[in-house]
Design a protein around this ligand. Structure first.
Ligand code: ADP
Ligand code: ZN
Length: 360
């Protein structure tokens, strides 16, 4: 098992990375959370695979273990589901000392975290992410929330868990398309912060794609290390944390225009290519760097181009991004591979030129 730590200044908590749930009970003991009432929040896909195992491991160490499974999918990520959670908590007598367990992908994590942040003005929660995207990205950093009227993550709160426990063997049941989507975010971490981590992907692509357990553990560890370092330095995204949006200004627009038919990680993959082209136009990365990224993403079966999208529509949609303030678009640009900054000077022509590369 490997352990990392997130320290936002206000709260410090561990991230455990293991290949089973064998040390989960110890993690609860270490956090001083046993002897309470716990509620597992999960979705209808994950519940039948993992919830019984978790319950059996915790039984006898908590006063009560309840479980709530919402219908799997992003469509459930709304205030009506949160309202169902609250009713369930009241029916099951959850109080200020109770603990919520987010068991599942980003949807379970974001909603469980938001419920924990708001129920009785805040109760403890822990993250047990089961998708690669959640393991390398969304379970770390304390962003919680729900979608509202078609706007992703419009309502939410920064609220940190008491610990994150990642069992990488849960990836064995995850559909490959979801694995690939998580790989896109992981590759992103290499580009913005650590060239040697990116090189690990380039050198071990076969093992990673074959879900070799050692290689996946390296990927999860590498990404969590980078993400926890960034959010520890800037919890609320007032500076450094912005670099995590590499590829996202382009990606979010594409995600919205695809009516969310493309997965977030898939949009980040094409968005990242556009961001590399943008960086190239600023004279930093080389055309070989762009080609290398393209080949890597293609190898992981991620999209490297989009069809039937209108460049002007993507550009227009970028002004609706949460990160666009006062009409100024932010684009994360690389100074070099492994070093990024958020740029606020991008012009229309430059942005559209980067989009040309990914629009077929
Ligand atoms: P994400 O983590 O990508 O933000 P979700 O939480 O919606 O998104 O998870 C993606 C899909 O994968 C959902 O349908 C979810 O039920 C399913 N899922 C999550 N974890 C696993 C797993 N370990 N095995 C199989 N399916 C899973
Ligand atoms: Zn993302």
């Amino acid at each position: 098992m490997k352990i990392l730590s997130v320290d936002t200044g206000i709260k410090k908590y561990p991230i455990y990375i293991d290949s089973s749930y064998g040390s989960l009970l110890s993690a609860f003991e270490e956090a001083g959370l046993t002897g309470r009432s716990v509620c597992i929040i999960t979705d209808t896909n994950v519940e039948p695979i993992y919830a019984d195992e978790i319950t059996a491991l915790l039984e006898g160490h908590f006063t009560r273990i309840s479980r709530y499974a919402f219908k799997a999918g992003e469509n459930s990520k709304n205030l009506s589901t949160i309202s169902d959670f609250y009713k369930f908590f009241i029916d099951n007598h959850l109080d200020r000392k109770s603990v919520l367990i987010a068991l599942g992908g980003g949807v379970a994590g974001d909603m469980c975290g938001f419920a924990a942040a708001t129920y009785m003005r805040g109760i403890s929660f822990v993250q047990l992410p089961t998708t690669l995207l959640a393991q390398v990205d969304s379970s770390v950093g304390g962003k919680t929330g729900v979608d509202f009227l078609g706007n992703k993550n419009m309502v939410g709160a920064f609220y940190q868990p008491d610990f994150v426990y990642i069992n990488t063997s849960t990836l064995n049941t995850l559909p490959y398309r979801e694995v690939a989507a998580g790989l896109a975010e992981a590759v992103k971490h290499g580009y913005i912060r650590d060239k040697s981590y990116l090189d690990f992907f380039l050198e071990n692509r076969e093992k990673i794609k074959a879900l070799d357990s050692g290689a996946l553990a390296e990927v999860v560890y590498g990404s969590c290390r980078i993400k926890s370092d960034v959010v520890s330095r800037d919890e609320k995204e007032t500076g450094l944390r912005e670099i995590l949006n590499f590829g996202h200004t382009f990606g979010h627009s594409i995600e919205t225009l695809s009516d969310f038919k493309m997965l977030h990680g898939e949009c980040v993959a094409v968005g990242m290519l556009a961001a590399l082209c943008f960086s190239h136009s600023r004279g930093t990365v080389s055309s070989e760097d762009i080609q290398r990224c393209r080949e890597l993403l293609e190898y992981f079966e991620l999209p490297v181009g989009i069809h039937d999208f209108d460049i002007s529509a993507i550009y227009a949609q970028m002004f609706n991004d949460k990160k666009t303030k006062n009409g100024v678009i932010s684009i994360v640009v690389l100074r070099s591979i492994g070093d990024a900054y958020s740029d606020k000077t991008a012009g229309e022509a430059e942005i559209k030129a980067a989009l040309e590369y990914i629009c077929k």
